[in-house]
Design a protein around this ligand. Sequence first.
Ligand SMILES: [Zn+2]
Length: 371
Amino acid sequence: MGGEIPYRDYTFILHLRANTGGGLEHLNSTALGFRRFSFTPETSYRSFLTLVAHEFFHLWNVKRIRPDALGPFDYTKENYTKLLWVAEGITSYYENLITRRAGLVTDKEFLANAARAFQNLQRTPGRLIMSTEEASFDSWIKYYRQDENSINSQVDYYDKGAILGLLLDLEIRKRSNGAKSLDDVMRYLYGEFFEKNRNYTPADFQKASEMMAGSSLQEFFAKYVRGHEELDYNTALAAAGLRLDTGETSGTTRALEKAYLGAEVAQESDRLMVRRVYAGSPAYEQGLNTGDQILALDNRRVTKDFFDARLAEKRPGDLANVTIFRFDDLRSLPIKLGAFIDAPYRIIELATPSDEQRRIYQSWLGAPLVR
Ligand SMILES: [Zn+2]
């Protein structure tokens, strides 16, 4: 039955190490790694709590509710599945929801964390190239073999899967008028698959979600799970009387605008090297490459501090004359800078939420919706 605790004993094995972290789930235990002396400050302690919640949730999602190819395992070869966005991503959504439900974070902190996750995804050009299903299926050759262009060509099925979990949860709550949620999907899969000793497929997961929503989710899955369309945060958030403020619509937009290059640089001993170039950015479009060594900005020799400081003084539309070595060739690139809004995303309350939106907020986050 859904709702049961399917173990007699459960053991947390915690390894406190110098600087590594992570976890591995088992049927009735988990092995956790966490940085020793990292239980303060508060933000670091919270990452420990979400790690514990994540691995504990796996005892249901993955170890019992099993995606098609994940178990019983053939350890001699790769196991391919399109469902890691559910197995890992939705578990990552629940790590935050569980810590909220346990009262370890407030509803506002939960929403602030979600807003940061949305912003992080929107700064990843690869979100428009790779779907979460592809990210999952290709994890053997891509996710675990990242390179300097991964940000432009890939999406993280943990991060985007967690966001999809949030959007799907709200969609189900809205369509069922608050009667059902993603919890019901997980309970259904537990009863229909684990208890009948079956693994579920992508089609099964969609069907279970539609059953709880009470209508077709074909468009949601086609666009956001199998496809790589831009996510519609506001439609989902409106279900709970909320909206996303990206800073672009506020009256202070111009003041927040900063000059944008679109490259990450790093000091490597006495050289300033380009580590990453974001697709579509001024740096990308005007010829700067990963691996270029930057010698000068506007004809002055650079260190990272100097480069960052001079760039920060420029305005959108200004020219940056970047002198580089590409392999052994000297080049000069005049790059016209773009603009970006230097403001954190925020999830805020709608001006006049309906009773329905208030009810959904309350049942979702266990607190009243207040402005
Ligand atoms: Zn995991």
